[in-house]
Write a protein that binds this ligand. Structure first.
Ligand code: BES
Ligand code: ZN
Length: 869
């Protein structure tokens, strides 16, 4: 099949990387005055601009009511500028221009959650990345225009909190009812990093002293009742600040760091300079209300946004095509940070699981694009798994290849060269190369072409010569838009194990021919190559791509026995997990027998439970129906996948029955000292419980009910609730009601209540109708939509039946109200073309019927791309 990403959009809407031009004017400084009223907001701006190249003075603006404009003190009349829906062009502008502009905007009716918007009755916030600032005022809203911002914020005193980036330099009253603050941000920044907040919020305060001795005030703003849930985030923030000093030599550069929590947020969080704005789901965390997984997420998002201060803010992107410069690097940094918080193997497992479940399918379908795209219609559509996750993998490969010390020399060089600049992916790779002394330019190919490389490997053992030969071949699926696909450098981390003893061969001693394997790593950068090991005294089992050393699809002809061997003997936890996944995929998709897997699990788990209970829990991962579906490119039948997966789960539950019960009863999270160990024990117990309950065992239901009732920990409570609800236990209805009563005023916990019901294995159209008609369902809150839609999507059988209309209707509704969300949710249907008929045709028809009904660039571009296959 020819998978071409050919968006069918009007040519004039597409922006191309090759057309990049420097801005004709720079902004030396901007003074903003934002006055919020109940039914409108006045924005006055003063821009001090200097010509840099020839060309018009162009200011971008959207949905703004222009009231007045002066140039160097002179009021401009209408024939001195051109105004259309997207921009304001000043005709014959002088080389030095001071512009003063008055506009009126309407945050109180802004449902798109972009620009300045009312997030709650008592809260206004901004979201300006990537192109939201142009909805606040006219401005060269592009990341390569850096300026010094001074911001005055004025509002009614019913909003006691008035924040903006930088240092507070003045505060005062305006008449009896209103007040203002003035903030100055000393660091030059692009407009997408501007933020202000106007609201009635409580605050948690702390302090941090940087390695340079700077005393930083730390503040997390949230609703009063949520302040106790801000401590984990605060600790994570301080930890991140220390971590960036120790690992990258990057101390914080301002005297304050503020975080504001809001539930009206499209994304997870935003790194505005010194004033991060967070989705409540990524900042509020407390064992009583938050699952362990969500707590881990909070810590990693806090770190991510903090790390952007250097990789994103101090050094930013020249244009939005370079998005992965900041996001790919910062995700790599937050992943490394998280590896220090919990089992490093499990962190890697979870990151690769996301990559394989989201990025691989994205990259094999109609939305496939290079990590650095070369064209787009709507940049919001390119905050993708490919830009983020594959981008992170590219950085990980380079970092691993260089090793700790050289990588640090490379990043030091990057900060030295480019602090204060807006740069490109080429600049990043060049700085790494110069700093480390290792030429990494071949890695640019990874940034510039789409698709997941296939890595075929073959092994051949010669018992007489005691040699082991490994040959490699790489290939990419043909892509209509990218005819000149090149081989990429693929670091292959590998180990050889003695199949008889289970011991690992010492590669230095067995490697002979110039095979280029150093420190257990082979850099494969040709179309084909062969390496050979000598002194291999007994038949080996090779373990490839240890720790997932490259984002490729490995094709190696393992026997099931060899995989079971790796599960038992591999010392790299990630590859142990990978072995279970490969085995299970074969059982599920190729009809292999499950016995070998079950035996290996029984042999292996008891040894791991003590050491790393979280890893033990991950070894029980059974690939989701969605993931399995994504591995099928033609005639995909969701029902068949569901049947096969259920059959396997039944087999496992039967065969592991007593093992599960013994393990469940033996483990107690409260005996663990470390959070990460306790988290592991809770995860493992929940899996054991769900396997026991799968047989409809009333004893399991009783245990679950006890677990539900006798805990103050959300992972335990939710784990038990899930088991009872998903197995239709007699107690299910009562615990659901109890959960609702307990948490009806805790939006994030209530999201879980919606999610569990939507994801019920036997959820029906009526289930979803009941949830979306519920008084607590709200199309204005992305988190709530995601909980139901995400839950529904946990069952592909549902996604591809009544779910099609659910997602189509959502996209249609959100096309106008919140197109960023509309475009994202619609992507649940991206893989329609893999379905077997008649489903394939039916979904296609539903998507085609949507086409004439949507208008936003976001939804139109996504829909067109989805149908362009
Ligand atoms: N810069 C982004 C937030 C963003 C993305 C704003 C798209 C506007 C449009 C932020 O740094 C980010 O990447 N957030 C992630 C979480 C992170 C841990 C990967 C998010 O919001 O999902
Ligand atoms: Zn980011």
């Amino acid at each position: 099949m020819n998978i071409a990403a050919t968006p069918v959009v009007e040519a004039d809407q597409t922006v191309y990387l090759k057309d990049y031009q420097k801005p004709s004017f720079l902004v030396e400084s901007i003074n903003l005055d934002i006055q919020v009223y109940d039914d409108h907001t006045n924005v006055n701006s003063t821009l001090v601009m200097k010509r840099q190249t020839t060309g018009d003075l162009v200011l971008l603006g959207r949905d703004l009511e222009l009231k007045s404009i002066t140039l160097n003190g002179q009021q401009l009349s209408e024939h001195e500028y051109q105004l259309d829906k997207e921009q304001l062009v000043i005709l014959n502008a002088p080389d030095a221009a001071i512009l003063n502009i008055d506009v009126v905007i309407h945050p109180e009716t802004n449902t798109m959650l972009e620009g300045l918007y009312q997030a709650a009755s008592d809260l206004f916030v901004t979201q300006n990345e990537p192109e939201g600032f142009r909805k606040i005022t006219f401005y060269p809203d592009r990341p390569d225009v850096l300026s010094v911002f001074t911001t005055r914020v004025e509002a009614d005193k019913k909003f006691p909190v008035l924040l903006a980036n930088g240092n507070l330099i003045e505060a005062g009253e305006v008449g009896a009812d209103r007040h203002y603050t003035i903030w100055q941000d000393p660091t030059k920044k692009p407009a997408y990093l501007f933020a202000c907040v106007i609201g009635d919020l409580a605050v948690l305060k702390d302090r941090y002293t940087t390695s340079e001795g700077r005393d930083v005030a730390l503040e997390i703003y949230a609703e009063e009742k949520d302040i106790p849930k801000c401590h984990i985030a605060m600790e994570a923030l301080k930890h991140s600040m220390r971590w960036d000093e120790e690992h990258y030599g990057r101390p914080y550069d301002l005297d304050n760091y503020m975080i504001v929590a809001t539930s009206a947020f499209n994304m997870g969080a935003m790194e505005n300079k010194g004033l991060n704005i967070f989705n409540t789901s990524c900042v509020l965390a407390d064992e009583e209300f938050t699952t362990d997984a969500a707590i881990m997420r909070v810590q990693s998002v806090i770190a991510h946004e903090y790390f952007h201060n250097w990789t994103g803010n101090r050094i930013t992107c020249r244009d939005w095509f370079q998005l992965c410069l900041k996001e790919g690097l910062t995700v790599f940094r937050d992943q490394s940070f998280s590896e220090d918080l919990q089992s490093a193997a499990v962190q890697r497992i979870d990151d690769v699981a996301v990559l394989k479940a989201h990025q691989f399918p994205e990259d094999s379908g109609p939305l496939s694009h290079p990590p650095r795209p070369d064209h787009f219609v709507e940049i919001n559509n390119f905050y993708t798994a490919t830009v983020y996750e594959k981008g992170a993998e590219i950085n990980r490969m380079m970092a691993m290849l260089l090793g700790k010390e050289k990588f640090r020399l490379g990043t030091d060089e990057y900060f030295k060269r480019h602090d204060g600049q807006a740069v490109t992916v080429e600049d990043w790779v060049a700085a790494l190369t110069a700093g480390s002394g290792v030429d990494l330019s071949a890695f640019l190919t990874w940034y510039n072409q789409p698709g997941t490389p296939k890595l075929e490997a073959k092994g051949e053992y010669d018992a007489v010569a005691q040699t082991y030969r490994l040959s490699f071949k790489q290939s990419l699926k043909v892509h209509a838009k990218y005819p000149n696909l090149k081989a990429v450098p693929i670091p292959v981390a590998l180990a050889l194990f003695n199949a008889e003893t289970g011991e690992q061969y010492n590669l230095q001693s067995v490697a002979l021919i110039e095979n280029g394997v150093k420190d257990g790593m082979y850099l494969f950068d040709q179309d084909e190559a062969t390496i050979e090991f000598t002194g291999v005294t007994a038949k080996p089992v090779v373990s490839l791509l240890r720790n997932f050393s490259a984002p490729v699809n490995l094709d190696f002809n393992y026997s099931d026995e060899a995989l079971a061997f790796l599960l038992q003997y591999e010392t790299n936890g990630f590859n142990q997990w990978q072995a279970t996944q490969t085995l299970l995929e074969r059982i599920l998709l190729d009809g292999h027998n499950a016995d070998i897997y079950i035996q290996a699990i029984k042999n292996t788990i008891p040894n791991i439970v003590e050491k790393d209970p979280l890893l033990a829990s991950r070894l029980f991962d059974v690939p989701s129906e969605g993931y399995l579906g994504s591995r099928i490119d033609i005639d995909y039948s969701p029902v068949k996948i569901q049947e096969q997966r259920n059959a396997l789960l039944d087999t496992l539950a039967r065969e592991l029955g007593s093992f599960c019960k013994d393990t469940y009863l033996a483990l107690d999270p409260d005996l663990q000292k470390e959070f990460s160990q306790a988290m592991g024990v809770r995860a493992l117990k929940n899996i054991m419980l769900s396997m026991m309950a799968r047989q409809g065992d009333s004893e399991a239901f009783d245990l679950a009910h006890v677990q539900y009732s006798n805990t103050g920990n959300m992972s335990e409570r939710l784990g038990a609730l899930r088991v009872l609800v998903w197995n239709d236990a007699p107690q299910a209805e009562a615990v659901l009601q109890d959960f609702y009563r307990r948490y009806k005023d805790e939006a994030l916990s209530l999201d879980q209540w919606f999610m569990i019901q939507a994801a019920h294995p036997n959820a029906t159209e009526e289930t979803i109708q009941y949830l979306t008609a519920h008084a607590d369902y709200d199309l204005g809150t992305p988190n709530r939509i995601r909980s139901v839609s995400g839950g529904l999507n946990a069952n592909p059988v549902n996604t591809w039946s009544f779910g099609v209309q659910h997602f189509v209707d959502l996209a249609k509704y959100l096309d106008e109200k919140n197109p960023i969300m509309g475009s994202r949710l619609l992507q649940a249907l991206t893989r329609w073309y893999t379905l077997a008929e008649p489903q394939r045709g039916e979904v296609k028809q539903a998507l085609e019927a949507l086409q004439p009904q949507v208008k936003s660039k976001n939804v139109v571009e996504t829909l067109n791309s989805m149908l362009s296959i």
